[in-house]
Design a protein around this ligand. Structure first.
Ligand code: SF4
Length: 419
């Protein structure tokens, strides 16, 4: 008996990718009869119920910051349900460390973009075929572990942005891939340097359906660099951006579009008055997320950011002039940052707040797949922690900077841990 049901363990940190991946199952006619559940809590009782009707597929989307929790849950499920469950994994961490997932109890791992491979894998398991024949799926018997760049890239228009059937919705990912190769980021390795956009036609089609079926009145667009929509990612394409905003604004019933605010971001050198005036004319967000990252040109250069501190501050000024509240992303403890640089980073946060901006703080984490993967994790000194804590209390600083310090340590120790 082959599995006919799937439990996709959903977690707040992976909910957007779960929405898109379940959407890709809903779009595959061959999978019309599969039973899908997407519990947000630990799913032991849900699994118990499901395996009464036969073996069950359990799917996890694994992010590097979540590995400890996921491995613990997988090991618990395996211990309790043995081979009544087929455990599959995908996502950022799975793509970079597939062998580690297999060692920790997963049966199969999807490498790279899931929309194409995930439905194939599920169909294959439901019909008793060998999943290892699918390009991009690996298991314990695999002898080749492909890199994401060796696999075909996904055309976003071929898949839904979310799962309307199950009403699991999230943002519309309008752009994937990034030509910049910031050393602290794993996006270029995971999704490639070639920028791809979901077409305006596809976006409006799905938004119309979302209004009709799920009562959407608002939506938000997801992009590694919102102002790059429509182009190759190196400079803004205002006409293409305007067409996206103009056409989607016409969707009847849709009252608000959010773009350029968290979790999307804009690169500072893309910010000009005309393009922000354009954006302001369409979007509902009061905030604009600007990736400045450091107060040191030396640190930015080392990290391969390709913009300066002054460009970041200028972007903040323009955002304020055009009616946005800038939310400025800063990373503390990037490689090459001295204690003096760190203090200047914190000082800059205060300056930005005085200008009228808010700050969004991160502590540098050596993310698997990033060029800085093997760099030491950041540690804040007591004075910086105190000053940042003060900003947080006044609500001028958001972000998980305080828990990221521990996560960063955890990531840099994970090779040494034998869980
Ligand atoms: S941080 Fe942003 S601009 Fe830099 S590589 Fe990642 S997605 Fe691209």
């Amino acid at each position: 008996m082959y599995p006919q049901s799937l439990i996709f363990r959903t977690h707040p940190s992976s909910r957007y990718s779960v929405a898109a991946l379940i959407g890709s199952l809903e779009a595959d006619q061959r999978l019309a009869d599969i039973q899908i559940e997407a519990p947000i809590e630990i799913a032991i009782d849900v699994i118990e119920e499901s395996i009464k009707n036969g073996p069950t597929i359990i799917a996890h989307s694994v992010m590097s910051t979540q590995w400890r929790r996921v491995y613990r849950e997988v090991q618990q499920a395996r211990k309790r349900f043995g081979n009544d469950v087929v455990i599959i994994g995908g996502g950022a961490h799975a793509t970079i460390r597939p062998k580690e997932l297999l060692k920790n109890g997963f049966d199969y791992v999807v490498i790279g973009e899931g929309e194409r491979i995930f439905p194939e894998l599920v169909w294959s398991l439901m019909n008793g075929y060998d999943p290892l024949n699918i390009e991009g799926v690996v298991g314990k018997d695999s002898d080749h572990f492909p890199l994401p760049k060796e696999l075909p890239i996904v055309n976003l228009d071929d898949y839904p942005p979310f799962a309307l059937g199950m009403n699991i919705v999230g943002p519309v990912e309008v752009t994937r891939g990034c030509p910049f190769q910031c050393k602290f980021c794993c996006t270029p390795v995971l999704t490639g340097c070639k920028v791809r956009h979901r077409s305006v036609e596809s976006i409006t089609k799905w938004l119309k359906l979302a209004v009709e079926k799920s009562g959407f009145t608002r939506t938000w667009f997801l992009s590694p660099n919102a102002l790059s929509y429509g182009g190759i990612g190196r400079k803004p394409e205002p006409e293409k951006l305007e067409r996206l905003l103009r056409e989607t604004s016409k969707v009847e019933g849709l009252e608000e579009i959010y773009f350029g605010s968290f979790p999307s971001e804009v690169r500072p050198e893309f910010v000009t008055k005309p393009i922000l005036d354009l954006l302001r004319g369409y979007v509902a967000n009061a905030t604009l997320q600007i990736g400045l990252q450091s107060s040191s040109d030396k640190v930015l250069k080392l990290a391969n950011r390709h913009h300066t501190v002054e460009q970041g501050i200028e972007a903040v000024r323009i955002a304020l002039d055009t009616g946005f509240t800038p939310h400025v992303d800063m990373i503390f403890g990037l490689p090459g940052e001295t204690i003096d640089d760190l203090h200047k980073n914190v000082e800059l946060c205060y300056t930005l707040v005085e200008m009228g901006a808010k700050t969004h703080g991160h502590v540098f984490m050596p993310l698997p797949g990033s060029a800085y993967e093997n760099m030491p994790p950041s540690k804040l000194d007591a004075e910086s922690r105190r000053l940042l804590g003060e900003l947080s209390r006044k609500k001028d600083l958001t972000g998980s900077w305080s828990t990221q310090e521990k996560l960063a340590q955890d990531l840099s120790n994970m090779d040494k841990l034998d869980e």
